[in-house]
Unconditional design. Sequence first.
Length: 299
Amino acid sequence: MAPISTPQTPFGRVLTAMVTPFTADGALDLDGAQRLAAHLVDAGNDGLIVNGTTGESPTTSDTEKDQLVRAVLEAVGDRAHVVAGIGTNDTRHSVELARTAERTGAHGLLAVTPYYNKPPQEGLLRHFTAIADSTGLPVMLYDIPGRSGVPIDTETLVRLADHPRIVANKDAKGDLGRASWAIAESGLAWYSGDDMLNLPLLSVGAVGFVSVVGHVVSPDLRALIEAHLSGDVQKATEIHQKLLPVFTGMFRTQGVITTKAALTLQGLPAGPLRLPLVELSAQETAQLKIDLAAGGVQL
């Protein structure tokens, strides 16, 4: 049985964009993925993003992506939303991945803005519509112009929201003003995709988080959102401020790199990175330990 969702929170409230564990020789570690998924759900996540950028999707094969979705569904699919990242800069490929994810049993899809080829807004509209037309699964858009090179304009978000299966947006645009307007005008369920802005985005209408730091502070993120929902602004602010060193430390370099280092320090499944990503240096690891400790993370 799939986890409960509502129109307001179609994928839950606290989701972690999960790393993909690899074995020492760089192969997919399905057992490790299952153990990590269970750990994250036990820690307070009601959803996981699998095969997103934090899952090193640019360097995993389509077969590996399918295997990973299957494994995570088997581990936690009865108690958490398992959302498959299927976005590429090739619409046909994205549609193929979406259909495969649906056949495998994923509960939803995450579709990032096509990267590098910089399509115009009409191209974005047609791309996301084609994905949403291709399956019966709910779709979360992923707006991250810093990586994709193109923002999803508010007008485009409003038009996309008319599609019955485009129900949410992961916002990594870093613009609270534009987010405020887009939330109000589109009616999409809004998820923070920028951990430093988790609390500010809640204040303008976001319903939850798609987090990277959730790998190490999910209980705090759960407490933050529950405080906000209960109207305890002071408590929510205190948690936000407590986590500032973690938000900073986990993004001193590329987030997958620091996340796998942090998980390794905690004895959790992570494994090596695939090139072109590389491990932290000894100096960077020492700084990460300082940052995590300052935010209350036990290593």
